[in-house]
Design a binder for this molecule. Structure first.
Ligand code: FUB
Length: 331
């Protein structure tokens, strides 16, 4: 598959988290819609209310919509904005992790459970204790499951230091180390953090942490973790510079050494992805706003093959901004 394929032409689906469960590809996206909420830097225009699950038996084949699997109205602690989710499997159960603002408008991470990869999922009564910010990604390694999470600006990560809520925003200066994504091991029952979340530090080739002012490379949101040839690949969005980048480490906690760009900017403000191996090939699931004519809050998910060079580096994929300047006026 050398050309990208849009997966759900009749609706808007973003932030796709893809996994192989029971021999099929399952995709867990955010469900964009025209809410009418005005656009701002906090992302209030991403006012999503439910999730659907999709599956595919073949990357070129039919995409099955399993329908609505979880709604804000069924989450007892919920306020607004169901953003990027992810799903993990353990001991016969599927655990969906999701960010949602609580009734005080503070993002928390929730968990909902199903016996099937396609749901429906039933939410726990409370968010995960000690959780905050957005974009949970679950990764299984020999020693158990790890969650990667966080996002600055609308994702509220800048409102925390040492896992404590500051009650206000606080950004480092441009010459200080960048705000980090977080990594935490999950408890055996998958419902809690087994430890205090730790900083996921990304360093340059000299071992120095990336700086807050290094906006082309520093972490913004959209964590993903995958393993290739025994190495740990942490990938993420740089947000306001609109790239998907990656860094490599020797263990799930890092540190991770910055490597390069996986995906150059797409049409639409956000860029978000997941990486999965299916039937012997690797794929990049991502989204852009081409089908909506450039509306940032109406995104469409797509998939393209991802390739590695012989040394394990990922070949850069060109996003729709470079390919399709003419598609959307003003982009
Ligand atoms: O979909 C809402 C937010 O936009 C996600 O949580 C971010 O990663 C960005 O894609």
């Amino acid at each position: 598959m050398k050309e990208p394929r849009y997966l759900v032409p009749n609706d808007y689906m973003a932030d796709p988290s893809a996994h192989v469960f029971e021999g099929k590809l399952y995709i867990y996206p955010s469900h964009d819609w025209e809410s009418g909420v005005p656009e701002n830097d906090n992302g209030d225009h991403f006012d999503m209310k439910d999730y659907h699950v999709f599956s595919m038996e073949d990357i070129h084949g039919e995409v099955t919509d399993h329908g609505k699997v979880l709604e804000v109205k069924d989450i007892p602690w919920g306020g607004r904005q169901l953003w990027d989710s992810d799903v993990a499997f353990k001991n016969g159960k599927y655990y969906m992790y999701f960010p949602l603002k609580d009734k005080d408008d503070v993002f928390r991470l929730g968990v909902a459970i199903s016996d099937k990869p396609y749901g429906p999922f039933k939410a726990e009564l409370q968010p995960i204790k000690g959780s905050y910010s957005i974009d949970p990604c679950l990764f299984e390694d020999d020693g158990g499951h790890y969650m990667y999470f966080g996002g600055i600006w609308g994702g509220q990560l800048q409102c925390y230091r040492d896992n404590k809520y500051l009650g206000k925003e606080s950004f480092p200066s441009d010459s200080e180390p960048a705000i980090c994504a977080k990594v935490v091991k999950m408890t055996d029952d998958m419902l809690d953090f087994a430890e205090e979340p730790k900083d996921l530090v990304i360093v340059d080739q000299n071992g120095n942490p990336l700086l807050q002012g290094d906006t082309d490379r520093r972490f913004f949101e959209a964590s993903w973790m995958h393993k290739f040839n025994g190495k740990y690949y942490f990938s993420y969005s740089t947000g306001d510079t609109h790239r998907v980048c990656y860094a490599i480490g020797d263990n799930p906690y890092g540190p991770f050494v910055y490597q390069g760009v996986i995906l150059t900017p797409v049409i639409g403000w956000t860029t978000h992805h997941s990486i999965v191996e299916f039937k012997g090939k690797w794929y990049l699931f991502h989204h852009d706003s081409v089908p909506s004519g450039g509306k940032t809050w109406l995104r469409s998910m797509k998939v393209i093959e991802l390739e590695y060079d012989g040394d394990g580096s990922i070949k850069t994929i060109i996003g729709t901004r470079e390919l399709d300047h003419a598609l959307v006026e003003g982009e």
